[in-house]
Design a protein around this ligand. Sequence first.
Ligand SMILES: Nc1ncnc2c1ncn2[C@@H]1O[C@H](COP(=O)(O)OP(=O)(O)O)[C@@H](O)[C@H]1O
Ligand SMILES: [Mg+2]
Length: 319
Amino acid sequence: MITFENVSKVYEDGTRAVDSINFTINKGEFFVLIGPSGCGKTTTLKMMNRLIPLSDGTIFVNGRKISDFNIHELRWDIGYVLQQIALFPHMTIEENIAIVPELKKWKKDNIYRRVTELLEMVGLDPDTYRNRKPSELSGGEQQRVGVIRALAADPEIILMDEPFSALDPLSREKLQDDIIHLQKSIKKTIIFVTHDMKEAMKLADRICLMNDGKIVQLATPEELISHPSNDFVRDFVSGASWMNSDFSLEDLMEPAHHNNLSSSPSLTAHASLEEVLTLLSEHEQIRVEKNGQAIGYINRQMLIHYLSESVPVGGNNHV
Ligand SMILES: Nc1ncnc2c1ncn2[C@@H]1O[C@H](COP(=O)(O)OP(=O)(O)O)[C@@H](O)[C@H]1O
Ligand SMILES: [Mg+2]
């Protein structure tokens, strides 16, 4: 669907923001670009729809070089959601959503129907919201409109640059759930930038971890945990913001007392997340012990599930 071949970007001041990267994003994939601030995520994303020209290499979309596309065709056929809510303040919600369909000269009643459908899709009552101005919506609602605006003309590819980072934790979780749901039902290819590993774990089919303009590892969430390619990956995974100081293995293990756990290595319930990650990178399963007794077990699946569960800031994750 999208292929990068030896792509580099050097800005005019000499900054090498992206350094000869290669990867392929599959059709229908939820692809997450992650890495520390300044590692080249936004530059990588913006090169895909030619918001930033490449310095070197080639990007293909559906087997065609992006330089061969008509620029409008490329832009309109790739949805784009910005970090900052970028709705036009003087336009209604309906007009904001309808921008690309209008540019594509859709019929009025098709646009009307599409806006209705999209608002319903993210739980905003069309009759209530259609004619409001952005200032009459909460931050979370505005960002939801930002997301559906990118979907309006039914693009195959959607680029999202830290779309939820300005939101409070609850709106953020709600939108993450929405976008997972959306992607399952509409089967779009989504390229999603974040610096939040918890968010990446929750959303991604594959995670592309960047540092210094290069790809450090491109893998599924499970592989990233079980087979980190180096210490940078290990640290990035274990040092992420979801690291919880009162982490206890009892929160995520499956209680069990039976003996067939005896072949697995063990940790106490107070082990750190880092110890768990290290051990699970070598073993399928860990026995959890308390006072020398097996009280349960955890495996990689359970750890990933736990890491991607939303833990409200300052709250706990007991259900
Ligand atoms: N227009 C620009 N001119 C010069 N350097 C830039 C420009 N935009 C970004 N950079 C630099 O390129 C590097 C990558 O930036 P960016 O892609 O925005 O990273 P990220 O999105 O991962 O935070 C950073 O060092 C940044 O300072
Ligand atoms: Mg960025």
